[in-house]
Design a protein around this ligand. Structure first.
Ligand SMILES: NC(=O)c1ccc[n+]([C@@H]2O[C@H](COP(=O)([O-])OP(=O)(O)OC[C@H]3O[C@@H](n4cnc5c(N)ncnc54)[C@H](OP(=O)(O)O)[C@@H]3O)[C@@H](O)[C@H]2O)c1
Length: 335
């Protein structure tokens, strides 16, 4: 079955998604019987739009050579259209949001109104507007999927939304932000937070403006999303969030002498979302390293369940996005 896809955002993750769609075209056809046709790609400069399908190799080349899609080439016309116009004008089955547009919920809702499925890796729309978005998707009977918003491709969202359906989940404790894990890991060696942050920025692990990670906001968005799918709607404003700014390497050394280390831990229970640095046992599941995330899910029937895996990275995030595109296609196919 052919599925028409509009991509929004052609940054690091967007291009990784495009590469996976290109490189795994044959796999996706043989394994899933699906043929994805990317009909538009939008960045902040405009929209590449070809109803007959865009050559993603060419689109990647344009973006990587010129930094923007609106660069003129012989073959491709770029249209002066932002996401709202592209949602309205481009005929597609699935709108894939891989932007960092904080107002994207507006065009997610528009996409659902237009009868398009939505797949997203963008956290703020869910952390602030979960009820409205899920409500609209249910009303229109359309998939609204967001696996990559929490733990990248490690499928905690699918686990919580589609598994454990007879269990009452009591709490989730999780390390959800890889940048703070990297920084705290570096500080275990004795350096200061500033030095560790500088190293993280040099390696491209931390963003130029690292406040979202250091202050716990990114982890707070993710914890809010986990609360929404597990215990019901809440918004990020209701989360209690404290970042790692006050952590010193001396504090970490002291914890290590007791067989513990410090990680930024999210604790999610019914009605409560808390993100704060906590001591965790060095040999326990939350003492993750590098770009790993981990979550302990406690339920009445199963007891403790641990899910651990990549929580950041480009192909790792693309894994979650592409999985959702396939899943959305199955739903569309079934209708
Ligand atoms: N990187 C990760 O490991 C990771 C993991 C999980 C989730 N995510 C999420 O995935 C999303 C993308 O991350 P990224 O690392 O790829 O970010 P990025 O490299 O900064 O790319 C963001 C892309 O979004 C585009 N964009 C932003 N606002 C737009 C708008 N209003 N209209 C059209 N395009 C717009 C940008 O356009 P320009 O290119 O023109 O600037 C850029 O192409 C973010 O929401 C991020 O939080 C990332």
């Amino acid at each position: 079955m052919e599925v028409k896809v509009s991509l929004f955002g052609f940054g690091n993750v967007g291009r990784a998604v495009a590469r996976v769609l290109l490189e795994k075209k044959k796999f996706i056809r043989e394994r899933h019987g699906l043929e994805f046709k990317v009909v538009s790609v939008t960045d902040r400069s405009g929209t590449l739009w070809m109803p007959e399908g865009i050559d993603l190799r060419e689109a990647l080349m344009i973006k990587e050579s010129f930094g923007k899609l609106s660069a003129r080439t012989n073959e491709y016309e770029t249209y002066d259209m932002g996401p709202k116009e592209a949602i309205r004008d481009v005929e597609a089955d699935i709108a894939v949001d891989i932007t960092n547009d904080r107002s994207a919920h507006e065009w997610h809702l528009a996409a659902l109104r237009e009868g398009k499925a939505v797949v997203t890796s963008n956290k703020p729309p869910l952390a602030f507007h979960y009820s409205k978005l899920i409500g609209k998707a249910r009303k229109r009977n359309l998939p609204y999927l967001f696996e990559a918003t929490v733990m990248a491709g490690t499928p905690i969202i699918t686990l919580l939304r589609e598994g454990l359906l007879g269990d009452s989940i009591e709490r989730i404790e999780a390390v959800l932000n890889a940048t703070t894990t990297f920084i705290l890991g570096e500080m275990e060696g004795g350096g200061s937070l500033e030095e560790a942050l500088e190293r993280a920025q040099k390696l491209g692990i931390a963003e130029r403006d690292p406040r979202g990670d250091i202050l716990g906001i990114d982890a707070g968005y993710k914890a809010t999303i986990l609360h929404c799918i597990t215990f019901g709607p809440k918004t990020f404003d209701e989360a209690r969030v404290k970042g790692i700014a006050g952590i010193t390497s001396r504090g970490i050394q002291r914890a290590r002498k007791r067989g513990r280390t410090i990680r930024l831990v999210a604790t999610v229970e019914r009605g409560s979302i808390i993100v704060e640095p906590q001591e965790v046992p060095l040999d326990g599941p939350l003492a993750v390293k590098s770009h790993e995330n981990a979550a302990i899910i406690e339920t009445d029937l199963l007891g403790g369940l641990i899910i651990r895996g990549a929580g950041a990275g480009l192909k790792e995030t693309a894994s979650g996005v592409v999985s959702d595109i396939v899943k959305a296609s199955f739903v569309i196919q079934g209708r």
